[in-house]
Ligand binder design. Structure first.
Ligand code: NDP
Length: 395
């Protein structure tokens, strides 16, 4: 039995706490910490097991290291914000504890995310004998594992991957984001980017789009975006010729976003307001609904998966693997919407595989670097069934 320290008490943190609590044989003790202890206590009160709560500002590596020394966890499961990745990794290194997250580091003052900052920890984690597992949510996370699984079982070589993320749910608000608004808006407003024939190709935001008929959801318009799993999969899928990431957006969402951008509310540089510097996007986050508050009235489904083409035994093959998740069913189970659920469940499974030593090597890794089979077997057991088909569908 192990002790886990969860940092972050938002939409994803709440799901992770619920799902860890469902597996007492692995997660013997759960400690939930965030910068607002009331939020931790509110989540703890929903759980059928005693969960300790703590206060921490995870931007401060020293505070995190002090908390780790106090709690003595076997693993730190970081589901606060990407801004805290490096501070928490530093604290884990200092105290000799394993680390897992769901989103790669981005500096607060530049809307840019990449793995270089975290991959730079590889040698130090290896020397310390500790493991860091990066990007263990759904996308990144399960989408990378879908690719590793396809490569292991269905392809000799993968040539093309299209990752497709569709949220066809409705939360009843005019405008809201399904995970942290600040991180979400920074992500979706940047330039599009995909990888083909050995090079990165940039596009204008939302410039490339296609209609795809998602199983259990129907046809939806999806837009090409840059997403962090492209960076690691390009390195870890030998023979790859093209990889792209697509996400669906409604016209209503895109119109709101355009207006917010046009009036300057998505800016991340400080502006003076009544004598005080404020960052407009942070102000916007403060007035938008919290992702953890959306679940109660959410209806509809998400469908996230990978369309993969390549060769097996010398013949071309096309393969589609996906998960469908129902917002209302997630709420009934853990009082969360499906975007938090599809992120939190894989984070718990990754932690479980690390703690039981099924996935454990000293160093810093992306999820596709491990055997996908135990993870794929665990997904349906913990609420995320997947479907695979051989298909002629092309994008
Ligand atoms: P929320 O905004 O709902 O929650 C973030 C939590 O982190 C809040 O409890 C927040 O506290 C806390 N927090 C923020 N800053 C600090 C700090 N300095 N110290 C301690 N705690 C802090 O976001 P989500 O739960 O929706 O998302 C969590 C993470 O999951 C994000 O990194 C997001 O990028 C990632 N994600 C990954 C996905 C994937 O598939 N891989 C998909 C969706 C999300 P407070 O409430 O006080 O602000």
């Amino acid at each position: 039995m192990s002790r886990v320290l969860i940092i972050g008490a938002g939409g994803v943190g709440s799901v992770v706490a619920h799902k860890c609590a469902q597996v007492p044989q692995v997660f013997g003790e759960i400690v939930l910490a965030s910068r607002n202890r009331e939020k931790c206590n509110a989540i703890a009160a929903q759980l059928g097991r005693p969960v300790r709560t703590e206060l921490v500002d995870a931007d401060d590596a020293r505070q995190v290291a002090d908390l780790i020394r106090k709690v003595q966890p076997d693993l730190v499961l970081h589901v606060a914000l990407p801004y805290q990745d490096l501070a928490i990794m530093d604290a884990c290194l200092e105290t000799g504890v394993d680390y897992l997250d769901t989103a790669n580091y981005e500096p607060p003052d530049v809307a840019k995310f990449e793995y270089s900052w975290q991959w730079a920890f590889r040698e130090r984690f290896a020397q310390r004998g500790n493991m860091a597992l990066l990007g263990c949510g759904f996308d990144p996370g399960v989408t990378n594992i879908f690719c590793a699984y396809a490569r292991k079982h269905h392809f000799d070589e993968i040539h093309e991957v299209d990752i497709m993320d569709c949220n066809a749910g409705s939360h009843g608000k005019a405008f809201a984001t399904n995970f942290n608004p600040e991180i979400n808006i920074r992500e979706v407003t940047q330039r599009g980017r995909y990888w083909e024939k050995g090079q990165w190709i940039d596009t204008e935001p939302f410039a490339m789009h296609k209609t795809f008929d998602f199983p259990e959801v129907g046809p939806r318009e999806m837009y090409l975006m840059y997403h962090e799993e492209l960076e690691s999969l390009v390195q870890n899928l030998p023979g790859l010729r093209r990889i792209r990431f697509w996400m669906t957006f409604s016209q209503e969402y895109l119109t709101h976003l355009r207006v917010l951008q046009n009036v300057g509310l998505t800016r991340i540089d400080p502006v003076l307001f009544e004598g005080h510097p404020i960052v407009p996007l942070r102000f916007l986050k403060a007035v938008l609904p919290e992702p953890s508050s959306l679940g109660e009235h959410y209806t509809g489904k998400t469908n996230i998966g990978c369309l993969i083409r390549g060769v097996k035994d010398g013949r071309a093959r096309s393969y589609y693997i996906f998960n469908v998740c129902d917002h209302a069913a997630c709420y009934r189970e853990v009082r969360a919407q499906a975007v938090s659920y599809t992120t939190g469940v894989p984070a718990m499974i990754g932690a479980q595989l690390m703690l039981t030593r099924q996935w454990h090597r000293p160093g810093v890794f992306n999820v596709e670097e491990f055997d996908p089979d135990p993870f794929m077997a665990a997904l349906p057991r913990h609420g995320l069934p997947w479907v695979e088909t051989f298909t002629d569908a092309l994008l």
